[in-house]
Design a binder for this molecule. Structure first.
Ligand code: FAD
Ligand code: FES
Length: 251
């Protein structure tokens, strides 16, 4: 894990809601696993005091990119940073997705849950897996790539309807071995139920609100079913990726 202050290499809007922030550093990119994240902050900003967790979106040579949705003060501020402005990064943090080999795998993302998936897709393909990639959003604004099965609730791009409806059809026609998912928790809950009824293992990455990001504050705990009892786990340190079948969703 590194704590570094680095200049912004790239800051480009995707559309009015999303942007891509890039930095360059040889060391930081060396051993990143898909699904890991960094705590990121504008080094000059006093408020918000705490950095924000952002998933690794793309890694290419010594370059690292984040795909970011503007939702509040930090993400809006980050969207305005100019090239050369210094950001502070702590990471890579978290466990990341466990990779399988030579399987049929399905990636499912919703909204900004797309962010960790292109890097995961790359690593899964390198490990010999055949990959089906479904992404869902409210509208075409939440769609990032033409090469995946896009589903929009308003039908403005790709298939119309919830991404889980289209994944269910895929399950009916293809024997998927493993599912990897990241997105809003209601979507993950439906997906886990679809997978459980078909005995398909599913790994979910949870985007909970975080404070410290390193296991110190207990601000991100979730309830997990384990060996017949319940335990609390920290999303930042024990996750953000969990066995979806073990997550207790309603609390
Ligand atoms: C492991 C992890 C990885 C993440 N990866 C990415 C990523 O790659 N790209 C990205 O854009 N975002 C990602 N997020 C979410 C991102 O961290 C938040 O959107 C960010 O912290 C918001 O900061 P802000 O100051 O802009 O907004 P705030 O002012 O902190 O929040 C604005 C509003 O959004 C709500 N909110 C904030 N964070 C979350 C959240 N995690 N879930 C639901 N509602 C929230 C707040 O309650 C508030 O209503 C990730 C979160 C986690 C835990
Ligand atoms: S955010 Fe502090 S323990 Fe997870």
């Amino acid at each position: 894990m590194y704590f570094k202050k680095l200049p912004v290499l790239k800051n480009e809007p995707v559309n009015e809601e999303y942007f891509i922030l890039g930095i360059r550093d040889k060391k930081i990119v060396e051993n990143i696993k898909p699904g890991q994240f960094f705590q990121v902050k504008d080094s000059k900003a006093v408020f918000p005091l705490l950095p924000r967790p952002l998933s690794v979106y793309k890694v290419e040579d010594d370059r690292l990119e984040f795909l970011i949705k503007k939702v509040g003060e930090s993400t809006n501020n980050l969207s305005l940073l100019e090239e050369g402005h210094i950001v502070q990064l702590l990471g890579p943090l978290g466990n990341g997705f466990p990779l399988v080999q030579d399987k049929k795998v399905l990636i499912a993302s919703g909204g900004i849950g797309y962010a960790p998936m292109p890097f995961l897709e790359q690593k899964l393909k390198e490990a010999g897996n055949e990959v089906w990639f479904y992404h869902g959003g409210r509208s075409s604004n939440d769609v990032f790539c033409e090469d995946v099965q896009n589903c929009t609730e308003d039908g403005s791009c790709g298939h119309t309807g919830f991404v889980t409806e289209h994944i269910e059809k895929c399950f009916d026609s293809t024997d998927i071995d493993v599912v990897y998912a990241c997105g809003p928790e209601p979507m993950l809950k439906v997906l886990v139920s679809l997978c459980s009824s078909r005995n398909i293992p599913v790994y979910v990455s949870l985007e909970r609100v975080m404070a410290c990001g390193v296991g110190a504050c207990c601000g991100c705990v979730i309830k997990i079913k384990e060996n017949g009892s319940f335990v609390y786990k920290k999303v930042c340190k024990d996750g953000p990726v969990f066995d979806g079948a073990k997550v207790v969703w309603d609390e």
